[in-house]
Design a binder for this molecule. Structure first.
Ligand SMILES: C[S@@+](CC[C@H](N)C(=O)[O-])C[C@H]1O[C@@H](n2cnc3c(N)ncnc32)[C@H](O)[C@@H]1O
Length: 229
């Protein structure tokens, strides 16, 4: 666990923390490029990635106690030395991260917050995109995936108009151009649609329960890659 939280059960970042390359060198013991996964859930994906890619350092950022415990268990079983875990509110960690510290950021199957009035709770937001952009290296990538069509539209709305990120997708996907909120897929089908660019499934992601549930329910998985420019 990384000592980045404010303590006593708080999910805030501790006052005075500066997350920069020298912090990374101290905490991981070396200077390998850093991949940060935001909202790692049970940790299956970040643990598998860290085991498969010893050439990178990995940081799992998660707020949920049982998810953290499970991630620690999986990482311990594999004897990983290149993974650290931070139990803090992810956007706050980006606020205290120095420019150009991170190689890639991953956000897979973020909480959908389907009700229209809760969309502002979705983790992909302009402010987080600012933080991700600033802390990524030049040419760094933010990979996002969701099985929720309405969230896919939300990602396009937040990200596609930005001049500082390039959508590297080359798949054309048709999506409704309005939000259904808690509405059904049938309602969404009747709405006006437009074409958007998305990416092939990221081969570096293992199939977690969240992705499997989406597939079992017949939902399409939307993968995105946004590169800093
Ligand atoms: C739907 S789960 C997906 C988990 C995992 N990415 C997967 O695909 O299995 C979303 C996760 O994001 C975490 N999360 C939500 N808001 C967060 C925040 N502000 N900071 C860190 N993690 C957050 C939740 O606790 C939850 O575990």
């Amino acid at each position: 666990m990384l000592p980045v939280g404010a303590g006593r059960g708080s999910l805030n970042v501790r006052p005075g923390l500066r997350f920069d390359r020298s912090f990374v060198r101290m905490a991981w013991g070396d200077d390998r490029p850093l991949i940060v996964e935001v909202g790692t859930g049970q940790g299956e994906n970040v643990v598998a990635a860290a085991a498969d890619h010893p050439e990178f350092n990995f940081l799992a950022v998660e707020v949920y106690d049982p998810g953290i415990a499970h991630t620690l268990l999986l990482a311990g079983k594999k004897g990983l030395t290149n993974l650290r875990i931070a139990q803090v509110n992810a956007p706050e960690l980006f606020d205290v991260t120095a420019d150009s510290t991170i190689h890639e950021v991953w956000t897979f199957f973020p909480d959908p917050w389907p009700k229209m009035r809760h969309h502002k709770r979705r983790i992909v937001q302009p402010a987080l995109a600012d933080g991700v952009h600033r802390t990524l290296i030049d040419g760094g990538l933010w990979r996002i995936a969701t099985d929720i069509e309405d969230y896919a539209l939300h990602v396009h709305e937040v990200m596609d108009g930005r001049a500082d990120f390039r959508n590297i997708g080359d798949l054309t996907v048709s999506l409704p151009t309005e939000h259904v909120g808690k509405g059904t897929a049938d309602q969404a089908r009747e709405m006006p649609h437009a074409d958007f660019l998305e990416s092939e499934r990221f081969a570096g992601r293992i199939l977690t329960n969240f992705e499997r549930k989406g597939l079992d329910a017949g939902r399409r998985i939307h993968d995105f890659g946004y590169q800093t420019c």
